[in-house]
Design a protein around this ligand. Structure first.
Ligand code: PEP
Ligand code: MG
Length: 576
């Protein structure tokens, strides 16, 4: 039966696909004990589900090709081995036969047992295998619960998959991209999480905070994901599908109109030029940035190189990625951010400290890099070598105080000396900039400006730290609001201080690419915006409708707002 689930849009767009449930964090299982006469039937059902899961993995393997196949096959092998693991299977049988557990409850019990063993391991790689167990068990549970009709299955077989999960880690998202994934429905999470950023980057529509997703959607259900409206329509009707087709036509038309702006300047109605830079993570972003007329790359998030593989990327691997980025931008400036691992950016390399009570307030970003000078130096050498191919700036994440910038400069100096001794070509002096995303850095920005050549404001984190509200927690939506007066005043201060010191200031948080904040940021004096390249033309289009002088004249009024609601009302009054 058709039903609609609502959530918050994390990445816009629409998609029609069949549901694929992944990693439910809470298994919805029936814990009532079995009657003796039910045991054989339920055991057979469990074995059928296990066989279905094995069959799915075989089919998945058959569908993959090329480089992606190599990466994903590793997971499939691990999962297949688990599904045939005699201890797991014997344990399940015993739980049903002797313990009278229902199959779902038995799977959950086995999952918890194995997870406890993995969690107790010291080796971070082995510990991370717990996720494989989660995924395998959830695949079998899905097979147990499957309830779709024959007709719907036929239709579903012709479309790709929509991931339905509690949350999805950025690393998982990176792995799933390209494997036919059409969109994501998450029951928790927020639009400012790294997974949401990645979804926008991959052009995958994504909804977060869809409360009942895991209890009401089943594997293979047909879903119309409408991230324009913030809805997931389960078992859509012909009328829903007609709406989807109309959206596809409109999106294509709007795409054609915006494409005409690709080579246009970014200019306000009163003739002020604004610089639009791109946030990039992967080669496709670079191509899109060029195609849409970005003035450069304002944020290249290098951590994605560290998430794509197990172990650390070598100097040469990093050099090639950075060099290709520089060459890809054809002489336009690129800003490479040094490693920002920690907090929710799980690392396959095993660098991030485990067991921190507050990872978001822990050893992340430059704090982590400075703790591992050898790893950091490898990255610095790769950046220096790539910088011979075009203009590069270096951006340091999570800066709190000047000594961190001083330490980074010293490491750059030492790496230069080392490379010189090795007769490697070296670039001219590189500009070194600080991300302003820690409140202390914003408040004490004058001291930082003595050591930084430029600033990039990271509003995603700055907002979470100023407001003490986790950027990934959807329960805090009413607090985590970019229009909070405290945040606006801090932004205005940092921008003004940058101007006073005659140093460039850009903003690379998600609001930089959100057209509903363009007028506000212009009013606060920002003239460099960095955003996902998919947003470039939308923002250019918006800038062309705004009067810069008028907005600047309203800045002090906006900054006097006492609540985010008041700031929003004022903005509406000013720009409609
Ligand atoms: C930010 O914090 O605003 C930012 C751009 O960095 P990230 O989202 O990668 O933490
Ligand atoms: Mg950040």
């Amino acid at each position: 039966m058709r039903h609609i689930l609502t959530g918050t849009t994390a990445a816009k767009g629409m998609a029609l696909g069949r549901a694929r449930l992944v990693q439910p964090s809470r298994y919805l299982v029936d814990t009532r004990p079995l009657n003796e006469d039910e045991v054989d039937v339920e055991l057979a059902r469990l074995h059928r589900a296990l066989e279905t899961a094995r069959q799915e993995l075989r089919e998945l393997r058959g569908k993959l090709h090329g480089a992606l196949a190599r990466e994903v096959n590793e997971f499939i092998d691990a999962h297949s081995l688990l599904l045939d693991d005699p201890e797991l299977l014997r344990g399940l049988d015993d739980l049903v036969r002797i313990g009278h557990y229902r199959p779902g409850a038995a799977l959950k019990k086995q999952r918890d047992r194995i997870a406890a063993v993995f969690e107790a391991m010291d080796d971070p790689y082995l510990r991370s295998r717990k996720e494989d167990v989660d995924q395998v068990i959830s695949r079998v549970i899905s097979a147990l619960q499957r309830q779709t009709s024959r007709e719907e299955r036929k239709l579903a077989a012709r479309v790709g998959e929509i991931l339905v999960a509690d949350t999805i880690a950025p690393a998982d998202m990176a792995h799933l991209a390209g494997s036919g994934l059409l969109g994501v429905v998450a029951s928790s999470g927020s639009a400012y999480s790294h997974s949401a950023i990645l979804a926008r980057s991959l052009d995958l529509p994504m909804l977060v905070g869809v409360r009942d997703a895991l209890s009401t959607i089943h594997d293979d259900d047909l879903i119309l994901l409408d991230a324009e409206r913030g809805e997931a329509v389960v078992h859509p009707t012909a009328q829903d599908l007609a709406r989807y087709r109309a959206w596809q036509r409109e999106a294509a038309q709007e795409g054609r109109r915006l494409a005409t702006l690709a080579n246009a300047p970014t200019r306000t109605t009163d003739g002020v030029d604004i610089r639009l830079l791109a946030n990039a993570e992967m080669p496709a972003d670079i191509a899109m940035a060029r195609a849409r007329g970005a003035d450069g790359v304002g944020l290249y998030r290098t951590e994605f190189l560290f998430l794509r593989q197990k172990g650390l990327p070598t100097e040469d691997e990093q050099f090639i990625a950075y060099r290709d980025l520089v060459l890809g931008m054809g002489g336009l400036p690129v800003t490479i951010r040094t490693l920002d691992l920690g907090a929710d950016k799980a690392d396959a390399a095993g660098l991030v400290l485990r067991g921190e009570d507050n990872p978001a307030l822990g050893v992340r970003g430059v704090r982590l890099s400075l703790r591992y000078p050898a790893v950091f130096t490898t990255q610095i050498r790769a950046i220096l070598r790539a910088a011979c191919y075009g203009p590069v700036r270096v951006l340091v994440p999570m800066v709190t105080q000047p000594d961190e910038l001083i330490a980074v400069r010293t490491l750059f100096k030492l790496a230069r000396q080392e490379l010189k001794r090795e007769n490697v070509d070296l670039p001219e002096k590189l500009a070194l900039g600080a991300m302003i995303e820690v409140p202390a850095a914003a408040i004490n920005v004058r001291a930082l400006l003595e050591h930084a050549d430029f600033l990039a404001i990271g509003t995603n984190d700055l907002a979470q730290y100023v407001l003490a509200a986790d950027r990934g927690n959807d329960a805090l939506d009413n607090i985590y609001n970019p229009l909070q007066p405290a945040l606006l005043r801090l932004l205005s201060y940092v921008i003004a201080e940058g101007r006073r010191a005659k140093k460039p200031v850009s903003l690379c948080g998600e609001i930089g690419g959100d057209v509903s904040f363009t007028a506000l940021l212009l009013a606060l004096g920002l003239n460099e915006f960095s955003m996902h390249p998919s947003q470039l033309l939308h923002v250019r289009d918006r800038v062309a409708t705004l009067d810069h002088a008028l907005l600047r004249a309203h800045a002090s009024r906006i900054l006097r707002a006492r609540t985010h609601e008041e700031a929003e009302a004022l903005l509406t009054q000013i720009v409609g």
